[in-house]
Ligand binder design. Structure first.
Ligand SMILES: *[C@@H]1O[C@H](CO)[C@@H](O)[C@H](O)[C@H]1NC(C)=O
Ligand SMILES: *[C@@H]1O[C@H](CO)[C@@H](O)[C@H](O)[C@H]1NC(C)=O
Ligand SMILES: *[C@@H]1O[C@H](CO)[C@@H](O)[C@H](O)[C@H]1NC(C)=O
Ligand SMILES: *[C@@H]1O[C@H](CO)[C@@H](O)[C@H](O)[C@H]1NC(C)=O
Ligand SMILES: *[C@@H]1O[C@H](CO)[C@@H](O)[C@H](O)[C@H]1NC(C)=O
Ligand SMILES: *[C@@H]1O[C@H](CO)[C@@H](O)[C@H](O)[C@H]1NC(C)=O
Ligand SMILES: *[C@@H]1O[C@H](CO)[C@@H](O)[C@H](O)[C@H]1NC(C)=O
Ligand SMILES: *[C@@H]1O[C@H](CO)[C@@H](O)[C@H](O)[C@H]1NC(C)=O
Length: 431
């Protein structure tokens, strides 16, 4: 009798641990060479997932040396793959499912998150069109389910674009998890998206009813507080009424050939958690400033090191401290510890040397958390990685000053951009 009770107890504890490690993620893909000829096309698939820090614990050293996340209790991570779940067979010719186990990318002990990412190249065939997913159990306990399955799926369509005959790239979106929402206040959450082809992109809720399971046990609207809305511009309005409730938000970002088209070229998932928290005693959440400026784009050249700083400002005086600045970015981008300069100002260094496999747009988002459960809005900017010099990101004007009207190399351009910002900004910025 006693041993049965013990077993049941043990099972509960294990079940509980098991049911609290997944915090969300995103998956995207792009051709290695959009102008590839022939019918075999190499596609890079990038998976990014967030985990509970105490259960999957990376270290700074593991981030710097790009180690696989430790699997801890979750041995399935050593074998599980991003398997084809829909339109498999003739439409997924060449697909060899990659592992789902990512490399360490960012950690925050105070916030309780480990973020991991991996990129794999698969050789597909022109006209392949299928969905692949990472499906497991379980999300951290949620208001709508103590133990919910997750299903994070991506639609991969290897087609030449009707406008330029190049292979299409899927959009890239990032979203930090968790997002803290003050109780009984409608919070606006904006999901940042970039697209290598400059396509029109739109967001929609994930669904499990159109033949592809995009959301597992957390499909909107049932998985969300009532009245939660999303618009095509990826703006979410959400209000939580009970402190301590957690919700999983599951959406898809799609790209279209033009603004009138309703046929997506591809679909990529974005999944994250929101946590309902007390309204902060101080109504001014922290803010992030820094270089590059919010929502800007800068050119990065493979092999050349980018260094910068994220600056977090505490707007609540001496009773509040910034507990961490977290990032959601890409492999190789390292973030230093958060250093306090004075009551208001904190910073963390960023450093990254882009590699050939990172060519195209890369998105970085950062967020500051304070000791009163308040969170800054996401501070995001993008990089355009190239092998050769470019004065500005595609489609954007070069920045020029005074007599210098046409910088000859990216380095010049970057230097000019950064020096303008430096002149206008506070001297603590070290570029
Ligand atoms: C991309 O493919 C085209 C056509 O095969 C080739 O000419 C070009 O060199 C390739 N580009 C790169 C960066 O490999
Ligand atoms: C949802 O929105 C409707 C209309 O705006 C409002 O009448 C209703 O009270 C809201 N429900 C909740 C639970 O907030
Ligand atoms: C989305 O953004 C576009 C361009 O900024 C704007 O014209 C449109 O009204 C927005 N749509 C919604 C639903 O907010
Ligand atoms: C939030 O609103 C709900 C519904 O109006 C109410 O029951 C609850 O007490 C409110 N919570 C707080 C902390 O104000
Ligand atoms: C949008 O794309 C569709 C499909 O290629 C095409 O039929 C339509 O004419 C395009 N519309 C515009 C405004 O370019
Ligand atoms: C800081 O906290 C102390 C003790 O709770 C309080 O007396 C003081 O007014 C607070 N200061 C600010 C700036 O909020
Ligand atoms: C904190 O340090 C920054 C950078 O040195 C400075 O600009 C700011 O004025 C300082 N703030 C206070 C309150 O000392
Ligand atoms: C941040 O970078 C600057 C300039 O490279 C360096 O002087 C400083 O020591 C770094 N700080 C930390 C905490 O790594």
């Amino acid at each position: 009798m006693r041993s049965i009770v013990l077993l049941v107890l043990l099972f509960c504890i294990i079940g509980n641990i098991n049911g609290s490690h997944f915090l969300g993620g995103t998956i995207s893909w792009r051709p290695v060479n959009a102008s590839a000829t022939g019918t075999s096309v190499d596609i890079t698939i990038t998976q990014t997932y967030s985990w509970t820090y105490s259960l999957i614990t990376c270290t700074t050293a593991m981030i710097t040396s790009i180690q696989l996340i430790p699997v801890g209790f979750y041995s399935y991570l050593t074998t599980q793959q991003l398997v084809c779940i829909s339109n498999c067979g003739a439409s997924s010719t060449g697909y060899v499912a990659p592992s789902v186990r990512p490399y360490c990318m960012d950690i925050s002990a105070p916030v309780g998150t480990t973020v991991g990412q991996r990129s794999d190249i698969v050789t597909l065939q022109e006209d392949d069109d299928f969905s692949a997913a990472f499906q497991q159990n379980a999300w951290r306990p949620l208001a709508t389910a103590m133990i919910a399955d997750w299903s994070i799926s991506v639609r991969i369509t290897v087609n030449r674009r009707s406008d330029n005959n190049l292979y299409n790239s899927a959009p890239v979106a990032t979203m930090m998890s968790p997002i803290l929402i003050p109780v009984n206040q409608t919070t606006v959450i904006y999901v940042p998206v970039v697209d290598d082809d400059g396509d029109v992109t739109r967001c929609r809720w994930s669904t499990a009813s159109n033949g592809v399971n995009e959301c597992g046990g957390v499909c909107p609207p049932g998985s969300l507080p009532s009245n939660t809305t999303i618009d095509p511009n990826c703006t979410i309005l959400i209000t939580g009424q009970t402190v301590g409730n957690w919700y999983a938000v599951t959406l898809m970002v799609e790209d279209f050939i033009n603004s009138t088209s309703t046929t997506p070229l591809s679909s990529v998932p974005v999944q994250f958690l929101v946590q309902v928290v007390e309204q902060s005693l101080c109504s001014n959440p922290p803010t992030i400033i820094g270089i590059p400026p919010k929502e800007s784009c800068i050119v990065a050249i493979t092999g050349q090191t980018f260094s910068s700083q994220l600056i977090a400002i505490n707007n609540c005086g001496s009773n509040v401290t910034i507990i961490d600045i977290t990032i959601f970015a890409f492999l190789g981008m390292t973030r230093g510890n958060v250093i306090q300069l004075n009551i208001t100002t904190y910073y963390a260094n960023l450093s990254w040397t882009p590699t050939g496999s990172q060519i195209g747009y890369q998105l970085l988002c950062a967020m500051a958390f304070d000791s009163q459960n308040a969170q800054s809005s996401q501070y995001c900017f993008k990089f355009y990685v190239t092998q050769t010099s470019l004065c500005a990101c595609p489609g954007e004007a070069c920045i020029t000053i005074d007599s210098i009207t046409s910088p000859t190399s990216t380095e010049n351009c970057l230097f000019i951009c950064l020096s303008i910002i430096m002149i206008k900004s506070d001297p603590i910025y070290l570029c």
